[in-house]
Design a protein around this ligand. Structure first.
Ligand SMILES: *[C@@H]1O[C@H](CO)[C@@H](O)[C@H](O)[C@H]1NC(C)=O
Ligand SMILES: *[C@@H]1O[C@H](CO)[C@@H](O)[C@H](O)[C@H]1NC(C)=O
Ligand SMILES: *[C@@H]1O[C@H](CO)[C@@H](O)[C@H](O)[C@H]1NC(C)=O
Length: 972
């Protein structure tokens, strides 16, 4: 034994000696001279063994020492070594990602959020980047600056702007799921088995994805690229930095890939690098494999049982090898297919697990304890906030929770999510990370997830850390990214406002010391340089826990007697052609106004109470509501969602279902055959959580078309979102609003675009059949709008041509009232749309090239000065706003209706002054109604009262809905 220890000591010395020669120990391979030295010392160690051992062990024969014993011994000793940076990492002078020819950069006069002190450290000063790493940050001394200035450097004057580390996205499918989405580049999910730990996302990462540019435009610099969630184990994930490289390869994007990525020899003298393994619980693997949760969990257990056996053989082998018992030992036991799973059991892999529900956390935590591996993070984790104690039981440490802010209820396992989840988890001492699941949420807008979490109660320092330093920690990369620290290569974002302010946009994004935005377009936002002060949601968060995620959402009471809103800073009303202020108090005048409501109608408002108003206020039973400087504004109107037609998008039985696509299947005679048309009003459901949450966010009505995945939609209805059922007072505002069709490549089995246009031509000008015929006749006569879902500029152009054709054939000179919904490429036809008097409901308002038909989207600031919205507005096209859902599909975007207030504000912030506050409100209310054929007396439309700030801000909280039509005030 002693001799074996001696040999081991020799080995250790050998490794230490070789380490002393390593200038950059993080380098993957030793240089040739290092290798020679290393081998020489190993040889010495082996000879040492050979000389010493025979004296102690009679069984031992020199001839039994395998040829590569030294390497095997090195491997054995490194078997359980913890991943991490090599000890000398912090003294490196150049980043391994440095690109030759990159000039040093000095950023002057920045407000630096460093990530230190749990995200509360802010330093005013400069940042100097050289060789791809931060050389100095903070108050740089004069001598240093003088020296730096004497060199060939780039200087950026931040003028006091916020500078943060690059945004880190721990959950992205950039490049494995292509954008635009094309079959030829969809490489996120293998369906070749339930558990596939040997697959690697890096092998499917497409380098031409449009997402790179989009994400960088939002300040994303590093992403973990995960395989999809179709499998219990989907494969290994890899971290990339998003900037384009000279080599243009996938490999050159990787950040600290594991040393044996290409299975060449490994330098065991430095610690291994972190690996990542994607697991998925719950619905997705069950769906794909027609299995159950039980099958999925067996999928993990089977893999880790296999891995455990291999690990056991290796451990056994190594203890013998280290003891010098080489006799009949043979080769090191390994299996390429299972080596990554074995590494999970050795604690060398960050286990990243897609998991939503309590049942799934419980099961996965059980597996983590059974096989003794820690879990880095549960992703999505919609119910995590309900079971903090289960999370704390996980092996070694509680997993971090990587979440969405408000994206939920699209499937059962997401049903109980809460916008208060991040703050509740943080209150429980658990680590919170916001993530995108790009393209589910556009990675570009990851800081908006942090902003929303902050709005609903996550402290500002934690919210910012959740997309920078905490995210870096979850990836095992906090030694180099996620903080602005000397020696790190954090990448940097210079912001136009505080990053938690609504619409915060990078002014410049620097990756590996290289500025990524060529000529940035940005506006100065002096009023948004401090984090917003969100309202309190303490009570709501508590209620959510009391009701296990499903707190009651109906208004707490309806008041038809007098309600007086006090301390109102502004009131906005619908007027002719848009929304205008009824009164506005200046921020420093101190004199706030009042709004008096009787039977749901405003009877008096302003900063000075007239006698008439005063008399209302003194009546008995008056309800007073203090708006604390808040505002009263017209309610918002949602469209292009399935609001009112269902509850859980992916559970058909919770909704109305889909209309028959006449291109796919004949409509049966009993339903009217070829002349049939469906009315959304007949399928309405009230009291759904998405509808009530929208109502509580100031979106009090929706215009919803029948759900369709094909060409023919049907007739939309305008409904009130706070009502209990169809026959409730004022529940249905208008039975039939417009006729809806879709032209494009849909999820249904639609034929060619030209065939779809032919069908539309036939419906408008051919023989009119049945009820459907009557409605298309009404469209041709201009008495009901035709709403066409279309994205591509080519499709829109054909629609405009068809409109002209139909109008030219009209005997009466009637104009077709056409509206486009979608309009990703509508900016290319702004003039033509204006000339044809065709309005556009831009959905999503911040476009993304989800499909080929929307590949020509405008990126907007900081990449382009204009957005689709600003160009359309500039051309006087009537513009409405749809939801910023997870795609261009309405059916799964109902959850997003509640965020319309932020989307409207953002549209204004992004428009370099083209769209003001009133315009933004108009686009999210009046214009939606106008474009969709809603005829309502403006005096009858709802108003929304917000406390603490206005409807479109992160300060305002909706407290009441004023409904003249229903003659009441709903107090929430
Ligand atoms: C930093 O920028 C702020 C805001 O533009 C400016 O007021 C201040 O004078 C600048 N300080 C220096 C040292 O340049
Ligand atoms: C294998 O990967 C390492 C980085 O881990 C790299 O240095 C080496 O060049 C790669 N070898 C080949 C043949 O690609
Ligand atoms: C849009 O309308 C404004 C005001 O009516 C007008 O001044 C402007 O010329 C119009 N723009 C275009 C492109 O027609």
């Amino acid at each position: 034994m002693t001799t074996a220890t001696g040999a081991a000591g020799g080995m250790k010395a050998a490794m230490d000696a070789s380490k002393a020669f390593a200038a950059h120990p993080e380098r993957a391979r030793p240089k040739p001279y290092r290798r020679a030295l290393f081998l020489a010392l190993l040889l010495f160690a082996i000879l040492h063994l050979a000389v010493q051992l025979p004296h102690l062990s009679q069984d031992w024969h020199e001839s039994n020492v395998p040829l590569r014993a030294a390497e095997t011994l090195a491997r054995c000793r490194a078997l359980n070594s913890k991943p991490g940076p090599p000890p000398t990492f912090s003294s490196r002078v150049q980043s391994d990602r440095f690109q030759e020819g990159t000039k040093p950069i000095l950023i002057r006069n920045a407000t630096i959020w460093t990530g230190r002190l749990n995200g509360s450290d802010v330093v005013l000063g400069d940042v100097y980047l050289d060789n791809g790493i931060v050389k100095s940050a903070g108050q740089l001394d004069l001598a240093f600056l003088e020296n730096v200035y004497s060199q060939d450097i780039e200087v950026l004057d931040a003028q006091g702007a916020w500078v943060t580390p690059g945004i880190v996205d721990v959950h992205s499918h950039i490049a494995v799921e292509s954008s635009p989405g094309l079959n030829g580049a969809s490489d996120g999910n293998s369906v070749k088995g339930l558990a596939l730990p040997w697959l690697r996302s890096v092998d499917g990462m497409n380098t031409h994805d449009a997402s790179y540019e989009h994400s960088i435009a939002g300040g994303i610099t590093t992403s973990l690229i995960l395989p999809g969630s179709a499998d219990a184990i989907g494969g290994q994930a890899f971290v990339i930095k998003l900037r384009p490289t000279k080599e243009r390869s996938t490999s050159s994007l990787l950040l600290e890939p594991p040393f044996d990525l290409n299975n060449t020899s490994v330098d065991y003298s430095v610690p291994p690098r972190w690996r990542h393994m994607k697991h998925a619980c719950g619905e997705n693997p069950s769906r794909v494999y027609s299995g159950t949760r039980m099958d999925t969990v067996w999928g993990y257990r089977e893999v880790y049982d296999t891995a455990r056996k291999i690990k056991g053989r290796q451990d056994n082998y190594c203890s013998k090898a280290i003891a010098g018992e080489w006799d009949k030992l043979g080769e090191f036991p390994e299996d390429l297919q299972w080596e990554a799973a074995v590494d999970v059991l050795r604690g060398k892999v960050k286990v990243q697990t897609h998991c939503y529900e309590a049942v799934d956390f419980d099961a996965f935590v059980r597996v983590s304890n059974e096989f003794q591996f820690p879990v880095a993070a549960f992703h999505h984790a919609h119910e995590a906030y309900l079971v903090p104690d289960v999370l704390k039981r996980a092996y070694e440490h509680p997993p971090a929770l990587a979440m969405f802010a408000s994206f939920s209820r699209y499937k059962r396992e997401a049903y109980r999510h809460s916008e208060y989840a991040p703050r509740i988890l943080n209150d429980n001492g658990l680590k919170v990370v916001m993530k995108s699941d790009h393209p589910a949420i556009q990675s570009r807008y990851l800081v908006h997830e942090a902003q929303q979490a902050h709005y609903y109660g996550l402290p500002a320092n934690v919210a910012l850390a959740s997309v920078t330093s905490t995210a870096a920690e979850v990836l095992g990369l906090d030694h180099r990214i996620g903080f602005v620290k000397e020696g790190h290569d954090p990448d940097l974002v210079i912001w136009d406002s505080h990053p938690l302010a609504l619409g915060a946009t990078p002014v410049q994004v620097i990756i590996d010391g290289i500025p990524q935005i060529k000529s940035p377009h940005f506006s100065v936002k002096p009023e948004s340089q401090v984090p917003p002060t969100p309202p309190s949601f303490d009570q709501e968060a508590e209620q959510t826990l009391d009701h296990v995620g499903l707190p009651p959402l109906f208004p707490s009471k309806a008041v038809s007697s007098t309600v007086v809103f006090r301390n109102v800073s502004s009131m906005w009303v619908r007027g002719v052609g848009g929304i205008t202020p009824a009164f506005q108090t200046s921020a420093n005048s101190g004199a706030l106004g009042d709004v008096v409501v009787y039977k749901g109608r405003v009877v008096c408002s302003g900063t000075t109470f007239g006698d008439a108003c005063a008399s209302f206020a003194t009546q008995e039973g008056v309800t007073f509501i203090d708006l604390k400087g808040g505002s009263v504004a017209p309610a918002l109107v949602s469209t292009a969602t399935a609001l009112g037609l269902g509850e859980i998008g992916m559970e058909e039985s919770t909704g109305d279902g889909e209309v028959l696509d006449p291109f796919e299947k004949d409509v049966p005679l009993i339903a009217g055959g070829d002349g049939s048309i469906t009315r959304a009003v007949d399928g309405l459901q009230f009291g759904t959580r998405n509808a009530l949450l929208a109502y509580r966010a100031g979106v009090t009505s929706a215009i919803t078309a029948p759900s369709s995945h094909g060409f023919l939609g049907g007739l939309s209805a305008h409904l009130s979102l706070g009502s209990k059922h169809r026959l409730d007072n004022g529940a249905v505002i208008q039975d039939i609003a417009a006729v809806h069709v879709t032209v494009g490549h849909t999820e249904g089995a639609s034929p060619s675009i030209s065939t779809q246009i032919a069908a539309l031509r036939n419906l408008l000008t051919g023989k009119h059949v049945g009820e459907r015929g009557e409605y298309f006749e009404a469209v041709a006569e201009g008495s009901i709008p035709l709403v066409v879902n279309a994205k591509s500029a080519d499709v829109i152009a054909s629609l405009l041509a068809l409109k002209k054709e139909v109008e030219n054939q009209s005997q009466t000179g009637a104009k077709v009232h056409m509206t486009i919904v979608g309009g990703a490429e509508a900016h290319l036809l702004a003039r033509e749309l204006a000339e044809a008097d065709v309005g556009v409901i831009v959905t999503p308002p911040r476009s993304f090239p989800y499909t080929w038909e929307s590949r020509r989207v405008l990126l907007g600031p900081p990449v382009t000065a204009d957005t689709t919205l600003s160009i359309l507005a500039q051309h006087n096209v009537t513009v409405g706003l749809g939801p910023q859902g997870i795609s261009e599909e309405a059916l799964i975007s109902s959850w997003a209706a509640r965020n319309l207030r932020w989307d409207a504000a953002w549209a204004a912030l992004d428009s370099h002054g083209m769209i003001d506050f009133a315009d933004a409100l108009t686009m999210a209310s009046v214009n939606v109604e106008t474009l969709l054929g809603v005829r309502q007396n403006p005096a009858d439309t709802d108003l929304v009262a917000t406390s603490g700030g206005d409807l479109l801000s992160f300060e305002g909280k909706v407290v009441a809905v004023i409904s003249p039509r229903r003659g009441l005030v709903d107090i929430l």
